[in-house]
Each structure stands twice: as C-alpha cells, then as structure tokens.
Design a binder for this molecule. Structure first.
Ligand code: C2E
Ligand code: CA
Ligand code: CA
Length: 690
C-alpha cells in the first residue's frame, strides 16, 4: 500500500487485494487506517503513528480486519519515502498475514507460563534421562533447587518404597506406549516421603528418536489427608469413634454376602439404652457423651475381632456378628446386659443404665440388611414394651404383626376418603340420679377389605405413622357436627367426649384448631370434653400444661383417660386444668373381688375430690361394680351395663328407654342381690318342672 503524506491511499497492489478482500478502487483515496478495528491494540497504533510522524520507519504486529470482518494478525512494515531534497513524499507499507505464527508464539508463551507458574512440578530430561530443566513448582514440592538436580537422573527423587521392577515397568511403558501415569511415592530433599500423581511422557523428534522425557506431577499429600479425614467423618461416629450407620451398612452387605456363600448365619442386634435421654437432660450432653464412650468401651469387650459394634443414633447401637446363630447371639446379649448392669462412674456421678436388645438372625429373619434391621428393631421395641433391660429374638409372630401393621397402615390411608370411618357413642351416666352426663365418641373402622378393625389395633398404628393427625381431625369434626345435629333436634346430651391421642395433642396449634372447629359447627365449647391420656405430659409437662391452659381458656372441658395406668405426676395433676379423671377399667373389672383394686379406686376418688376434680369409672359391666363405685363416692359410670356404644341415630331411642329404666341405677346392694336371685329362679323353674 502506498499512501501520501496525509495518509491517504494512493495505490494498493493485487496481493493487498487478495489479503484484505478490498478492491483497489474501493480504497484509493481513503484514510489508510481502515484495516484497524475494535480490537486493534491502541498502543501499537500510537507507535506506528509516532514513528511515521517523525519520518521513521515502523515495524509491528497489529490485529487488522478484512473487508468481510474477519480478523488477522498483520505484520506491517511502513517505510517513509523521501524525494531528493529530503522531503517526505509517501509511505510504502507492506502487509503480511502472520496469524498462524502469532498463534504458535502465543501457545509457546502460554506453555512457558504454565511451566514457570503452574502448581504442577515439571522435570525435563534428555534422551539419556539426565535432568536438563525443572520448574519452580518442582522446587517447591521436592525441596531441590534446579542447580541441585541438573545432570542427575530422576531416580535421586525415589522414595525406596517401590522396588526396581516397578521403575523398569514404568520406563518400559513410556518407551513402548509413549507415556505412563500413576500414583507413586517420592522422597523430598528433607527426607520425607510423599505421594504424587505422575504423568511421564516421551518426546520424539522428526526422525522418530527420543529427544526428551517430560515428567509432570502434583503433590497428593493434602488431598490424601483430606480424603482420609473425609472418609473418617463419613464412616465413624465422632463421639465414640465407632463405625456409623454408613460403614455398618457397607460391612453388613459384605458379611451377609459371605454368610450367603458359606450358608452360615449372621446375627444383627439392635441395642437401645433405656431412658438415656434422662441422663442428657439432667446432667448435660457432656456427661451423656462420656457415658456413651464408656458404654461403647464395655460393649466392645463382649465382641470378637470380626464383629462390628456401631453407633447408629443417639443411644442406639447395632452389633453385627458374622457366623453367630441363636445360641451365640443369646450369649452375647446376656453378656451385654451384664456389662451394662454395673454402674458407670462419670466424674462424681454414679450412673446406671439398662439396655433393650432386639436380635435378628440372617437369613431367617430377613434376607438382606434392611430387612434384618427392621426385624431387630421390631424385636427391640418388643423388649421396650414389655419392661426393658432384656433381650428378645425376632419371631414369626412379630413378623405376622408387622405384616398386618403394614397392611392396616396402607388401608387406613384411604379409610377417611372412602368413608370407612364412623363414630359410635357410649353414654356416661351420673350415679347420683342416673341422668345422662354425656356421651363418649368412639371410632369405628369398617374396612372394605378387612371388615371391622378394633380401634385398639389400628389407633397405635395410626399414631406411629402420624395418620392419627388427619384421623383425629376427622373424629373431632364429626363429633362436633353430630353435636350440632343433636342440638338442632333438641336431643343433645350435655357433653360429647372425644378421645385425643398424645400425638395429636402435641401438634403445634392444636388448641386453635379445636377452637376453629367449635366455631365452624357453632357448638358451645362447654359441650366438648377432650379425653387425654397421662402420656400427653410425660415428655414435656410444661408444654402439655400450656396446651391444657389454652384449651381451658377456650372453654373446652378436659378429662384424663385410663387414669392410674400411666405415670401421672400427682404434683402436676394439681396444675392441670382437668375437670374429670376416668378411672381405668382394669381397676373396675375386679373391684368386687380384689381389695387392692378397691383401695386404688377409693384412693383415686378421694384424691380427685381433694383436688376438686370429678370422677368417672369406665368399663362397668355389672350392677355389683356400680354399687361399690357408688359407695366409694364415684360421680359417674360408663360401661356395657349401662349401654354399649351405639350409632348416633340410636341416641333418641336410648334416651327414651333409659328414662324408663333409670331405676336400674338406683337399687341398693341387697335389693340387687335379690333381683338377680329372683331372675335366676325364674329361669330355672320352668326347666325343673319340665
Ligand atoms: P377408651 O378411651 O378407654 O374407650 C373405652 C373403650 O372401652 C371402648 O373401646 C369401649 O367400647 C370399651 N368399653 C366400654 N364399656 C365397656 C365395658 O363395660 N367393658 C369393656 N370390656 N369395655 C368397654 P373401643 O371403642 O374399642 O376403643 C378402644 C380404645 O381406642 C379407646 O379406649 C381409645 O383409647 C381408643 N379410641 C377409640 N376411639 C378413638 C378416637 O376417636 N381417637 C383416639 N385417639 N382414640 C380412640
Ligand atoms: Ca376414652
Ligand atoms: Ca379409657
């Protein structure tokens, strides 16, 4: 390109046209900077400008643009042309596309930077494996400076952990395949040994001969340490150092596989420390943790090398005993109970704990780890239910119960929407005058598949699965809806009593929910009584009290169901807002024959009287029971003798019949005895006379 002193193009040659895509006619007369574009380096432009302004030649590389917009690296040489008088008359600029060279140079620069600044150590040797170059990372990792290793073989770095045949194989691979990769151990200048990931490459010249070897490596020490600590964290319990659930599962799958091959049994035990939570709550987690460590240490002594003792939860341990059948497992379980029975001394505290142990044997009680765990867990809960501090094997009977429970749970999920649930009502009568004091709503499930399922069977399952929440809500709503209908018909009993599960009671916002339902059905709160069990307050009496307070504020009545069977704290009873105690039917059943039961019932009634709480006896099946209850001062009775639970629509009929037979509640003991004798005579006379 030739341009004038104003830098206007005078001429371009065909090579320029070919290079840039511009035709001569298009560019002649234009300012000569038209090849420049957005990414052309401004400094290079300035340099060129400065040189040409001063009448000096310029040479440089610029990013320029063709007519079609594509960029290329242009090696530009500008020569100023002077006339004979020394005046600048023209510039002649030659242009050459050096994009390819530029890229290559760039790549080299990049490689050099990686070599110099990268974190991977690099060693370059000549064909005879003498070191000719190392990078700073090499020095940092190995501790050797470049001067110290130049001319040496890389073997000065070896750790001595690999035998000569290892290196022979490594070099053989490099020479035959061109490269080798792997993890090896090397030794630092300070003598310490470290793991590294090494990539070895053979470089060949144009003639196919080896010219160099290049080794690049990274120090694996930090990663190995991290891997190890991650592995420990993921597989061991931090408190006791025992394998955790993850590692247990891992080992179990291997042990069971082996068991399957050998045809040998394997025992899996679930062990739960009874009421360990109390230690934590009363003495703090620090003491609790130390107790766990001590317990773990003792348990370990009962196990063999090949057994696994793992901690899978707060106070839950699982033992895996490969090769152990029923007899071995029983022996170990007995030993664990014995080990736990001696008190633990933690600081000034002498602590005693009792374990509950459930045992399942592979392959009989479960075909895989999960099934085995479930079985052992079920067996453990059986121990808990029947008094703790013992062990128990999983049995076929438990198996059947589990299967049934699973079935019930599944069917129960659809029971509400399928309309299989119903409420029956059982009257509660005042002993004073025989009047109806209220009715208790009792849930009935008539399953399409199973027929009638007793609440004693399905309610605990619903409590376990949480299903009791929607079901309980349904019960409450249905009972209130029924009360509304009775009120509208003018046949309402004074109160409807609804059973509330502890699970439901503890649910956040329960009092508000009750309140909302009362409003929804327009039932005065005093018409509703909630029957709670003592278990609502076992875990957190303060919280239970707050809920009772709230319900009481809403005007709802409260009673304590099955009183005497749970662990009521009498001091709490005073503060609970309950209006009524329901004396459990187990005391009522033998009240006539068993003086102890009579004493208990009497004590409950006196206690309640003292606290201004009324009493009702449930499960009254005979007039004789009623008589004793009246003598003891009980206020109300409920039971088959008065009436069995019936459907809501039968209430009016009952009320009518009841009014007529109110005398039933009245007779004195002797009258009653006579009544019964007379009945019997009536029955026997005809047969005696033929
Ligand atoms: P519960 O609250 O103690 O209810 C009294 C149970 O005793 C009822 O059994 C009732 O039919 C039965 N019963 C009444 N009179 C007599 C009698 O004279 N003799 C005998 N042997 N039994 C009598 P049901 O209806 O089978 O209920 C059993 C348990 O199921 C109830 O015991 C209660 O704990 C629970 N339950 C029933 N309905 C509900 C409910 O809607 N919600 C909740 N959470 N639990 C319920
Ligand atoms: Ca009840
Ligand atoms: Ca009861």
């Amino acid at each position: 390109m030739v341009s004038d002193t104003q830098r206007r193009v005078i001429y371009v040659n065909p090579a320029f046209e070919a290079l840039t895509g511009y035709a001569a006619a298009e560019v002649v007369g234009r300012a000569c900077g038209f090849l420049q574009g957005p990414d052309t380096c401004p400094e290079a432009q300035q340099d060129m400008r400065r040189a040409t302004d001063a009448g000096r030649p310029f040479r440089g590389e610029l990013l320029n643009y063709r007519k079609d917009g594509t960029a290329f690296w242009n090696e530009v040489a500008v020569l100023p042309v002077f006339d004979v008088s020394g005046t600048l008359v023209q510039f002649v600029a030659t242009q050459r596309d050096v994009t390819a060279r530029h890229a290559a140079k760039h790549k080299l620069l990049l490689a050099a930077r990686v070599f110099e600044e990268g974190s991977e150590g690099v060693i370059i040797t000549d064909a005879s494996q003498r070191i000719i170059k190392v990078n700073p990372a090499f020095t940092e990792i190995s501790g050797y400076s470049e001067a110290e290793v130049l001319g040496h073989r890389p073997s000065i770095l070896s750790s001595g952990r690999h035998d000569p045949s290892f290196y022979r194989q490594m070099w053989h691979a490099v020479d035959t395949c061109g490269q080798w990769q792997g993890e090896i151990w090397n030794r630092r200048k300070d003598g310490s040994v470290y793991p590294l990931r090494l990539a070895l490459r053979r470089i060949v010249g144009n003639d196919g001969q080896t010219t160099h070897y290049v080794a690049s490596f990274s120090d694996l020490t930090p990663r190995k340490a991290a891997e190890e600590s991650i592995w420990r964290l993921a597989n061991y319990d931090a408190t006791t150092g025992l394998p955790n659930r993850a590692l247990l599962r891992d080992r179990a799958s291997r042990v069971l596989e082996q068991s399957r091959l050998d045809g040998a049994p394997t025992a899996l035990m679930y062990l739960d420390l009874d009421q360990f939570k109390k230690v934590n709550d009363s003495l703090g987690h620090r003491i609790g943790d130390r107790l766990l460590v001590e317990v773990a240490n003792r348990f370990r002594t009962a196990l063999r090398e090949q057994d696994t003792l793992s901690r899978v939860g707060g106070d839950e341990f699982v033992m895996l005993l490969p090769g152990a059948g029923v007899r071995d497992a029983a022996r170990v379980a007995r030993q664990l109970l014995e080990l736990a029975s001696r008190p633990f001394q933690i600081d000034a505290h002498e602590l005693t704990i009792t374990p509950s142990i459930g045992v399942a044997i592979f392959p009989f009680d479960g075909g895989d780890y999960d099934a085995l765990c479930t079985s052992a867990d079920v067996a453990m809960y059986r121990v808990k239910d029947t008094g703790r501090n013992d062990f128990c094997f999983f049995t076929a009977d438990m198996q059947a119960q589990c299967t049934r429970a699973l079935l019930l749970d599944n069917l129960l999920r659809r029971a509400v929407e399928r309309g299989e649930l119903a409420l029956h009502y059982q009257p509660q009568c005042a002993l004073r005058d025989g009047s109806i004091a209220g009715v208790e709503a009792l849930l009935r499930w008539n399953s399409r598949e199973l027929g009638a399922v007793p609440p004693q069977e399905f309610i605990p399952i619903a409590e376990g699965s949480g299903l009791i929440i929607p079901i309980g809500e349904w019960v409450l709503a249905s009972a209130l809806a029924q009360m509304r209908r009775w009120l509208d018909a003018g046949t309402a009993p004074p109160v409807v009593a609804v059973n509330v599960s502890a699970v439901q009671f503890r649910q956040a916002g329960f009092p508000d929910r009750v309140h909302r339902l009362l409003e929804e059905y327009g039932v005065p709160p005093g018409r509703l009584e909630l029957e709670l069990t003592e278990s609502v307050s076992t875990d957190d009496p303060a919280a239970a009290m707050a809920v009772m307070e709230a319900l009481h504020r809403h005007g709802v009545r409260l009673s304590i169901d099955d009183f005497g069977t749970g662990y009521s704290s009498l001091s709490y009873l005073k503060q609970f807002k309950v209006g009524k105690l329901k004396i459990d039917r187990s005391f009522v059943a033998h009240i006539n024959e068993n003086p102890a039961d009579q004493a208990i019932v009497g004590a409950i009634i006196r206690l309640a009287n003292g606290l201004g709480i009324s009493t009702i006896a449930e499960g009254v099946e005979t007039p004789a029971q009623m008589v004793v209850l009246r003598e003891l001062g009980c206020h109300e009775v409920q039971g088959y003798w008065i009436a069995r639970p019936f459907a809501a629509e039968d209430l009016p009929a009952y009320v009518e019949a009841h009014a007529a037979s109110q005398l039933v509640l009245r007779p004195a003991p002797r009258d009653h005895a006579r009544l019964r004798v007379r009945r019997r005579r009536l029955r026997t006379v005809p047969s005696a006379t033929g």
